[in-house]
Design a protein around this ligand. Structure first.
Ligand code: BGC
Length: 324
């Protein structure tokens, strides 16, 4: 019932906007500023914080854009309301980092009713959802590549990740929130890279830490207390790897300089502090998730839409290995 009401409300708002279109458009044009509505799934996320800051500073440098960025607080109902508000305000384009990838269809429907193009970022909707309208596109990275890179970093180590030399790479996997397919792909492809290299593996522990540092720390602590033969801890992102490192220190698996001792630790994102940790031997490696490249492509796509141009449906930015 609530949903029907919301859809009706969105339609009424859309029609009102169409009806008053002339006036509203003239006002915006007179001010010269195009309005951009940006929805982030939650501000409390290390990677998306860097992403949104870069997005805002890059776009502000390109012209007179009025950019409003809102925090979805990891709550899809809240984010849907935010989209409705942006639509009611008559923004010229939306940039959306979905809370729930599966809600793309609902968001697209609302935007399409008001003829406001959408650039989806970071959480990739299904290909079916991406085919729904020609004024939506996705900007992100292919998470299969980041998983493969994590696995390759381990396979390229002198002992191929077999820290205790018993012939099997026994690992712990700390996963992100599956609402982002990155979690699933990084989990799958990191291990595939090992088995593709002919390495024998055993999964000791696999649980979701929802991209969160504290959860990463708690899960790694649990795993380390249950198993004394862990060779590698894979984390789907760096925030969780930061937490896992704290647990590794607490478990005494570091030397006097804090370097990893008898265990390997991998993340993804290449947060500044993690790149430094890799250089110091406190992490084995990470993978650059290029928030600069991705935010710039997202902004470029948004501007093309505002200029009445089209975009490719999928816009992919490459990852890079970070090992030194
Ligand atoms: C990043 C994570 C981030 C997540 C948010 C991923 O691509 O690697 O750090 O938490 O996106 O959806």
């Amino acid at each position: 019932m609530k949903k029907i009401f919301a859809v009706v409300l969105a339609l009424v708002l859309a029609l009102t906007l169409v009806a008053c279109g002339g006036g509203a458009a003239t006002e915006t044009e007179a001010e010269g500023a195009k309005q951009v509505g940006v929805c982030i799934y939650q501000f409390n996320d290390n990677f998306m914080t860097l992403y949104r800051q870069e997005l805002e500073s890059y776009m502000s440098g390109l012209g007179d854009y009025e950019i409003t960025i809102v925090d979805g607080k990891n709550d899809m109902a809240e984010q849907t309301n935010q989209v409705d508000t942006f639509i009611a305000q008559g923004v010229d384009v939306l940039i959306v980092n979905l809370v729930q990838s599966s809600s793309a269809a609902t968001i697209t429907e609302r935007a399409q009713a008001a003829d406001i193009p959408v650039v989806y970022i970071n959480r990739e909707p299904s290909s079916e959802d991406m085919a729904a309208w020609d004024k939506i596109c996705y900007v992100g990275a292919d998470a299969r590549q980041s998983g493969t890179f994590q696995g390759e970093i381990v396979a390229e180590l002198p002992d191929q990740g077999d820290a205790d030399g018993d012939g099997v790479v026994r690992y712990v996997m700390i996963m992100g929130d599956p609402e982002n397919v990155d979690a699933q792909y990084r989990t799958e492809y990191s291990i595939k890279a090992l088995t593709d290299a002919g390495i024998e593996v055993e999964c000791l522990f696999e649980q979701r830490g929802d991209w969160d540092q504290t959860k990463g720390q708690e899960l790694a602590a649990t795993a380390l207390s249950q198993f004394d033969n862990i060779d590698v801890i894979f984390c789907n992102n760096d925030a969780m790897a930061l937490g896992a490192y704290q647990a590794i220190v607490a478990a005494g698996k570091v030397d006097a300089d804090g370097k990893l001792d008898g265990i390997y630790l991998l993340g993804v994102d290449a947060l500044d502090e993690c790149v430094e940790m890799v250089a110091n031997g406190q992490m084995t490696g990470t993978v650059l998730n290029d928030h600069v490249g991705q935010s710039h492509v997202a902004v470029d796509c948004a501007i093309r839409y505002m200029n009445g141009e089209t975009n490719e449906t999928l816009n992919v930015v490459d990852y890079q290995k970070v090992t030194v």
